[in-house]
Write a new protein. Structure first.
Length: 550
């Protein structure tokens, strides 16, 4: 019988938080994976039972066929060691490379019979605290089957830079502290949901937005924040140059759409600045999917002059291409992987800082938006080049149309979610071919995993081990005979089973060494030594067992 191929994750992928690039990308990845359905089963390990219930409801509602086939298994994360020991997983995939790749590898090495691939994916990488998380990647238990999926060449360069800097700073040799491999797979876009409009749909969208027929509409769809995504002022300056060239203000408008903090007054500042140069600026804050579609269908040219190191890919550039929009974007980060200059749009040259010593020193003690602002304000999106790109493309309607269709074809051929999922499946299969030494990995403890029993061994009067003799108490006898009950906290319901507890109490009818009692329970119930020790200590804590003098 062919063994099942089981995909698993610690993460829900449906986060239910503010809709930003990372959460959108993760949710759509899972939808695409389950839509393609390349595995026999999908296991999830949310943080607690509430997480299990929330994700179960979502999966049952949105994927009823897979649910009815029994393809989903969900368990709280405390059950992970036992699940790893008994389940032959094909791979574990994590929704962000920052959170748990190394801890997950340590759990796999310690508990799983096979060293299955563990992959994770890049999103924003520019937060100073991420250096500590990246340091966890470099440890002796990392294997060639561990892989960080970088979504762009820019992301590959950043992650490699993290590893190089950390190895140099901490004196870590590559052989002893190997870290995961890197593989580039882009994000994707739903080319069915995001499609070019018909002529009637485009006209309807423009009428709804109040865009005159002879007005060329520019669109920026992003986090509208000078410290978080991009500074839009270079766009204003480029438009100012267009007006000087004789482009009438009535023939051009700019829509800023996306997330914005309306409490900080930035919206009014932008409207005032636009009015100063005669630009018809319109702002759409947090538009829903229907409004988003109207904006893309109505626009003539999509702009994304990103200047912030938070950006590593550029999902909205893909979406614009899927909608059939040409794009003018900064030649920055992952954008150069997405745009074919002269064919699907234009890339505007950028100039970055050569020295950031003050920012480097300040970042760990400053707010993130402050050091990001310091970095972006010395990252130049060249206004003259932006102006020339806008002028060239806006002046040629036929060229815009050709670029839009070329952008659509480029997305269909390279960035559909189906293509992305195929690339992931091929990667997970291929990683199994990398050689590993299982026995050598078993004893590798991650240096940043705190050994609590040893570090805190001085807290208690004594620690579990030889020299402790126990027997059941009157309360223990009552529980065994079902004349009393035990209170097991919700989080521990899967860890403390009443039937197993009764066997422990039966074994403890007469005084005996606690370590022998634990060993007998482990053999009878197929527990690990640590699990058996937990039962004994838990029973003592709840006055079901007591220590007696020998």
């Amino acid at each position: 019988m062919k063994p099942q191929k089981i995909w698993a994750s610690l993460d829900p992928f449906f986060e239910g938080k503010e809709i930003v690039g990372r959460t959108v990308a993760n949710e759509r990845f899972l939808r695409a994976l389950l839509g393609c359905d390349p595995f026999d089963a999908y296991h999830f390990f949310p943080g607690d039972k509430n997480g299990v219930q929330t994700l179960s409801r979502r999966l049952k509602r949105e994927f009823p066929d897979l649910w009815s086939q029994g393809k989903f298994q969900l368990e709280a994360r405390l059950g992970l060691p036992r699940a790893l020991a008994k389940t032959p997983y094909h791979c574990f995939h994590l929704s962000d490379c920052i959170n748990f790749p190394a801890p997950m590898a340590r759990l796999r090495n310690a508990h799983s019979p096979e060293i299955f691939p563990i992959t994770s994916v890049t999103h924003s990488l520019s937060y100073s605290r991420y250096a500590k998380e990246m340091l966890t990647h470099l440890w002796p238990g990392a294997t060639p089957r561990d892989c960080v999926v970088v979504t762009s060449e820019a992301a590959r360069h950043v992650v490699s830079g993290f590893y190089e800097t950390l190895r140099r700073g901490f004196g870590l040799d590559r052989e002893g502290f190997p870290g995961p491999g890197l593989e580039k797979i882009p994000l994707g876009v739903d080319t069915g949901e995001y499609r070019p409009p018909s002529d009637q749909e485009r006209m309807r969208a423009r009428n709804k937005l109040g865009i005159p027929e002879d007005c060329r509409m520019l669109l920026i769809f992003a986090r509208i924040s000078h410290h978080s995504k991009m500074d839009v002022l270079p766009v204003f300056r480029a438009v100012q140059r267009l007006f000087r060239d004789g482009v009438g203000p009535k023939g051009l408008c700019l829509y800023l759409a996306g997330w914005m903090d309306e409490k900080d007054g930035f919206k009014k500042t932008l409207l005032d600045l636009a009015a100063n140069i005669g630009l018809d600026l319109r702002v759409a804050v947090k538009p829903d999917e229907a409004a988003k579609k109207d904006l893309f269908w109505a626009c003539d040219l999509f702009l994304s002059p990103a200047d912030n190191p938070q950006e590593t890919f550029g999902l909205t550039v893909l979406e614009a291409g899927a909608f059939g929009c040409p794009t003018v974007a900064s030649d920055y980060d992952g954008y150069r992987d997405l745009i074919v200059p002269g064919k699907t749009g234009a890339l505007v040259p950028t100039i970055g800082p050569d020295q950031t010593g003050d920012v480097d020193d300040l970042a760990p003690v400053c707010f993130e938006n402050h050091y990001h602002l310091l970095l972006t304000q010395q990252t130049v999106v060249e206004v003259p080049e932006l102006y020339r790109a806008l002028s060239r493309i806006l002046d040629d309607e036929e060229s815009r149309r050709r670029m839009g269709w070329a952008a659509r074809r480029h997305v269909e051929e390279n960035f559909s979610w189906e293509r992305v999922i195929r690339a992931y499946v091929a990667l997970w299969d291929r990683l199994w071919d990398a050689p590993v030494d299982i026995e050598k990995l078993r004893g590798k403890v991650h240096p940043l995993h705190l050994p609590y029993s040893r570090v805190f061994s001085g807290h208690a009067t004594r620690n579990f081990g030889p020299g402790i003799t126990v027997q059941w108490t009157l309360a223990g006898q009552a529980v065994y005979r079902e004349r009393d009950f035990v209170l097991v906290y919700e989080t521990l319901k899967d860890k403390v089973l009443v039937e197993t507890l009764k066997k422990l109490l039966f074994f403890a009818r007469k005084p005996g060494p606690a370590v022998d009692l634990a060993e007998r329970l482990a053999q009878t119930e197929s527990l690990t030594p640590e699990e058996a020790h937990f039962y004994v200590l838990w029973a003592m804590k709840h006055d079901l067992l007591e220590r007696v003098d020998e």
